[in-house]
Design a protein around this ligand. Structure first.
Ligand code: ADP
Length: 462
């Protein structure tokens, strides 16, 4: 395919650059080059892999401002957010360099069973071969790093299909990896659309492991299309935060606004539902409104901007419609509620929301939070669980029993206590339950998923 895809700045509407519209033929050629490079990567000593990853981290730090400016232009995220993202991507490569040195199996005590007398042995971890990586536009560099860094650390080759909205930073990352000494073919980037290049990667028989981050709508059908290969999915979320009677309301309010409106709410772990005990509703609401009012909307490249734009006009259409429908069903905008540009939506807080409304069940992916009251913790936990999602959740409370009950009963990949669900450390196992995904990322945990165990067993001839 010779056609090009234009990368559009969602804030200005102007073209930032063009990339090839790759399809099945380009994916096949990339997989072939990766396959040729597999022995070189597999046999590369760990210290060499570590050195390449560390050097990549350094290059990202040296080029941080250029990367940040580029991601802001591609995605509409604010410059402060993209600077933080580049620093995070650099840290992920650095951490993967350390984890590469710790890739090991262990000895097996075969003589624990009678048939194993006189046997000694161990298991080791081998790369799966080729990791197919499909990434979204909302955290394009750091999420690519979360797939590429552990894949290379464990000796794999990678074929990456970045989101069509944000492919330029992926190409620049690949360039940095090459400069850091990565062999040609160890990382191939195929730009293109999801249904074309993405699908070709999902279905390619030579890809050993597919790592996908994107929407639930697309992700849920991928295992059936992927055929006989391992699949990891990081899909959406609809994160609840429970605020109980004993909570530190000031700190909860500060964290909720931070977690609800970062990246204009377009994070899988954005705070969406604020489940508040009825007795503290008014005081929390007042504090939330005061803080949301202070958020500055505007040019994503302006240092002072807190909330940038949504990824596209279509995304903004979707949010506008969802908010209108919720208001028709009885919800009220305590603040915000309106579109203020082709791709810009006011930071919005809806009250009088019921858990059975579509807006409380579906993923918002917008600068939008919902306030829902509860009377008992059991009721709050039941509401927290009343969506198809189960990524991260949180609770603000000073009561240890409440905290532990929530940690125990919420079906989610992580439960944060006195922290918002939007908190993520790149070293923790990260992933979802229910329809939020399969498998875990977080460098060490991804490395486990991207490797096969092999047993070596030796019988002593005595
Ligand atoms: P979003 O709605 O956030 O853009 P998508 O799931 O559509 O989420 O996109 C996430 C990534 O998945 C992008 O790289 C996109 O190109 C890719 N993608 C979309 N549809 C498919 C598909 N049918 N098969 C494989 N990849 C896809």
């Amino acid at each position: 395919m010779s056609e090009a895809i234009e990368v559009i700045n969602p804030y200005t509407g102007t073209c930032v650059g063009k990339v090839p519209r790759g399809g099945a033929a380009e994916v096949d050629a990339a997989v072939r080059r990766a396959k040729e490079t597999m022995p070189a990567m597999r046999n590369m000593p760990l210290h060499r892999r570590a050195a390449i990853l560390k050097k990549t981290s350094q290059l990202l730090q040296e080029r941080a401002e250029a990367f940040a400016q580029l991601i802001t232009q591609e995605s509409g995220k604010t410059i402060r957010e993209t600077r933080a993202e580049v620093a995070r991507a650099a840290a992920i490569f650095e951490y993967a360099a350390e984890e590469a040195r710790r890739l090991h199996g262990e000895t097996l005590p075969f003589d624990a069973f009678p048939n194993g007398e006189n046997h000694i042995g161990f298991y080791l971890r081998e790369p799966v071969g080729i990791v197919g990586a499909i990434t979204p536009w909302n955290v394009p560099l750091a999420l690519a790093a979360h797939k590429i860094a552990p894949a290379l650390a464990s000796g794999n080759c990678v074929v990456l299909k970045p989101a069509e909205q944000t492919p330029l930073n992926a190409l620049r990352l690949a360039q940095a990896l090459r400069e850091a000494g990565l062999p040609e073919g160890a990382l191939e980037v195929v730009t293109g659309y999801g249904e074309e290049a993405g699908d070709a990667l999902v279905t390619h028989p030579d890809v050993g492991f597919l790592s996908f981050t994107g929407s639930r709508e697309v992700g849920i059908g991928l295992p059936a299309r992927a055929g006989y290969k391992r699949v990891a999915l990081e899909l959406g979320g609809n994160s609840p935060i429970i605020v109980t009677q004993s909570a530190d309301i000031e700190r909860a309010a500060e964290a909720i606004v931070r977690g609800g409106y970062a990246v204009a709410g377009q994070l899988c772990i954005s705070v969406q539902r604020i489940l508040v005990h009825r007795t503290v509703r008014e005081v929390l609401l007042e504090k939330l409104i005061a803080r949301i009012r202070q958020l500055r909307l505007g040019d994503p490249l302006d240092e002072a901007t807190d909330v940038g734009v949504l990824i596209s006009k279509e995304a903004c259409d979707r949010v506008e419609k969802a908010v209108q429908e919720a208001v028709q069903a009885g919800a009220k905008a305590a603040i915000g509620g309106k579109r203020i540009g082709p791709a810009a939506f006011e930071p919005t807080l809806l009250t009088d929301v019921r858990q059975d409304m579509p807006i409380a069940i579906n993923e918002a992916f917008a600068p939008l939070t919902l306030l829902i009251e509860f009377d008992t913790l059991d009721e709050a936990i039941a509401m927290a669980n009343a969506t198809p999602y189960g990524l991260n959740a949180g609770i603000y409370t000073r009561d240890i029993e409440e905290a532990l009950s929530a940690a125990n009963a919420i079906v989610a990949g992580s439960v944060m206590i006195n922290e918002v669900p939007t908190f993520r450390s790149d070293l923790m196992p990260y992933g979802g339950r229910k329809q939020s995904g399969l498998g875990r990322e977080g460098v060490r945990f991804a490395m486990e998923e991207m490797t096969e165990t092999k047993v070596v067993c030796i019988q002593r001839l005595i």
